[in-house]
Design a protein around this ligand. Sequence first.
Ligand code: MLT
Length: 269
Amino acid sequence: METKNIRTSRFENIQYTVSGEGYAVVLIHGFPLDGTIWNEVVDKLSKKYKVIVPDMPGSGGSISRETDLTVEDMAESVRSVLDNEGVSSAVLAGHSMGGYVALAFADLYPSMLKGLVMLHSSAQADSEEKKAQRRKVIELIEKGGKEPFVKQMVPNLFSGSDGKKSYLEGTLETALRTPPGSLVAFYNAMINRPDRTGKLSNNDLAVAWVIGEDDSIIPKSSLIQQTTLTNVNFVYVYKNCGHMSMMEQPDMLMKDLDEFLIYCYDARN
Ligand code: MLT
């Protein structure tokens, strides 16, 4: 795994890792985490593919001082990474907030997208209730409440099944490293993102939906109804899994991602 840093017109530093060779797949992390959440999947996928893992601006090794960040800005940072790698098309797999970024990328650069994986992620915009909840969290964080918020939030990412503790601690550490200003910026980006279900509707883009039976952040019921929006869809629903299949069900995820990638790169052409 090689770590690289680039400066873009918008961001002081975008950090990403590249592993393996072959067709490109980009793994985009969610909130409030960074690219390290994919480590186990990268080990496996990079035996067959070129796996690119960016840190979103303001998380991990990527620096951003923006508070008015948008999902489109984050999509542009992914584009800069692909350009730096000389990659003209890729499958994008976005986890939760990373899925919102991948959908923005699909809007901005459709010809660069070979397929889209929506991991525990939705094409819908926030409801008014959700926006109000997020604004309260922003207030809390701005008053210095980052740590209690993160400590309360992170355990909810996982299902209650056995083994939870083994990855909970590491995930909490990762989340606590994210600066408060970045958490606010990501929440603003999520509040302001548009509904993109219309864009997916009747679209020929191949989309894989990965859904956790026990996801309490983006419930299965709200995702199942989106899985038939596009004309080509793969649907994977995991038992004993909350919002974090890359840690809760890495073997199954690897197998299913491989199936989807084979479709996007071989079967479809
Ligand atoms: C995430 O996991 O990226 C976020 O929890 C998604 C969200 O809050 O909508």
